[in-house]
Design a protein around this ligand. Sequence first.
Ligand SMILES: [Zn+2]
Length: 155
Amino acid sequence: MVQQLNVESFNLDHTKVKAPFVRLAGVKNGQYGDVIHKYDLRFKQPNKEHMEMPAVHSLEHLMAENIRNHSTNVVDVSPMGCQTGFYLTVINYDDYEGILDVLEKTLNDVLAAEEVPACNEVQCGWAASHSLEGAKELARQMLAKRNEWKEIFED
Ligand SMILES: [Zn+2]
């Protein structure tokens, strides 16, 4: 029996999942009735594949900027340190299918992008570490498996 840890994803068996997928990773209820949903947007199979940092970084910028055109409920989109996915946090929006739709639209924006937003030393902490083509390739690969996003575990 593995000890239960504080972080939800530390209690997920990463050998049993089948990427790519979109998984509800947590729900928090605020004392004034607000509700936070956190999603695990997994692009790569854990411990088998990973995304390169410049591509992750550009995809982060592109998703962070574009996703807010599709949802006013977005709180944050952030990369995982293991470079296999992102976390998406939304407030007062409890619709898994809607999240999939918002992600699909956002990744299509990435494919259409001509530049990485805020890719300069004033607006970013490591402006030299970017790859627009890398981000587009990740978006393309994710979108190609759109029909698998709801399948989280190996059969
Ligand atoms: Zn940056």
